[in-house]
Design a protein around this ligand. Structure first.
Ligand code: NDP
Length: 310
């Protein structure tokens, strides 16, 4: 059975940054990429808010740059999905693709989070062509255009408010007759002139020629006064929640009620010594590439400290 000194799970900005720092510290890291090489970022069209790229950068390019930087210092990058762990033993046990069994002294979890989608076929068709799950990442491309945000929670309100500052008009599509968001966020939404809240609306499908140009909605679905409506939009933003990719760790690590791994006081330390969590899997709030990268750096520094101590 292979033994690894420092195992990194995940290939987004947190995982690669942890790999860069861990390999430069001679921790001989091995990184398993997971189901989506490059992580969530590769689902956006362009990255313009990561420092160091004054002209913006394609997400695949940026993730490839990070990968090459990690490899340059000796990180072994492998394709494979970690499917099971046993953190009750020392060294920790890890299974890859269900059948490869490894042991590791330190484990950095950087498995990210996945945005929830409605599950419409047209949503998949227009992904990256008008469909997005991150207003901060993609909002800029819709300046002075008309967009819709789906959801009634704090994230949806936050995204709608952010987009309202850039776009001509924002529809907020809410399935219930009320918002679930906090009072203060609701007030901000209602006080913003270019946000129109469409209560009791569900999205049936997106329309357009090669990119999003509209959405077919249904008002009061299944009720007597059900009504079909069409809105013209250029962008369709999902804000119906994220799911942290922490399921396989839950038997060992403390998580909050949404499944985000709980870390201690702004550090990547979890409740198990030698196991660190970085990036979106432990961050319900910021969810940015730059904050994920920063926490990956912290995780590698903590892993180094831990490995010296055992
Ligand atoms: P929430 O779970 O709070 O809200 C999700 C929203 O999406 C709900 O309105 C829900 O509708 C709606 N929704 C879910 N599934 C569907 C669907 N299939 N079709 C249509 N609508 C759907 O998630 P958030 O991401 O908004 O927030 C997560 C947590 O993070 C919350 O605790 C929130 O308070 C917190 N947060 C705080 C912020 C802040 O304080 N500034 C900013 C962002 C998040 P329904 O209500 O009908 O279930």
């Amino acid at each position: 059975m292979e033994h690894i000194k420092c195992l990194i799970i995940g290939s987004g900005p947190a995982g690669y940054t942890a790999a860069i720092y861990a390999s430069r510290a001679n921790l001989n890291p091995v990184l398993y990429e997971g189901p989506q090489s490059g992580g969530q970022l590769t689902t956006t069209t362009e990255v313009e808010n990561f420092p160091g790229y004054p002209d913006g950068v394609e997400p695949f390019q940026m993730m490839d740059d990070m990968r090459r930087q990690a490899e340059r210092f000796g990180t072994q990058i492998r394709s494979g999905i970690v499917t099971k762990v046993d953190f009750s033993v020392s060294p920790k046990k890890i299974w890859v693709d269900d059948d490869i069994e490894l042991t590791a002294d330190a484990v950095i979890i950087a498995t990210g989070a996945s945005a929830k989608y409605l599950g419409l076929p047209s949503e998949r068709e227009y992904k990256g062509k008008g469909v997005s799950a991150c207003a901060t990442c993609d909002g800029f491309f819709y300046r002075k255009k008309i967009v819709a945000v789906v959801g009634g929670g704090d994230t949806a309100c936050e995204e709608a408010l952010y987009l309202a500052g850039l776009c001509q008009k924002v529809y907020l599509i809410v399935r219930k007759p009320y918002l679930r968001a906090s009072e203060i966020m609701q007030k901000r939404v209602f006080d913003t002139e270019n946000i129109e809240v469409l209560f009791e609306h569900n999205t049936l499908c997106l329309t357009g020629n090669g990119k999003v140009e509209g959405a077919d909605l249904v008002y009061r679905k299944g009720e007597e006064n059900e009504e079909l409506r069409h809105i013209e939009i250029n962008g369709f933003f999902l804000a119906i929640g994220h799911h942290p990719n922490s399921d396989i760790f839950k038997d060992y690590l403390s998580t909050d009620e949404q499944g985000y791994i709980i870390t201690h006081n702004g550090t990547p330390l979890t409740n198990i010594s030698g196991v660190f969590a970085a990036g979106d899997v432990a961050d319900p709030h910021y969810r940015q590439a730059i904050t994920a990268a920063a926490s990956g750096c912290k995780a590698a520094i903590e892993a180094e400290k831990y490995l010296k101590s055992i």
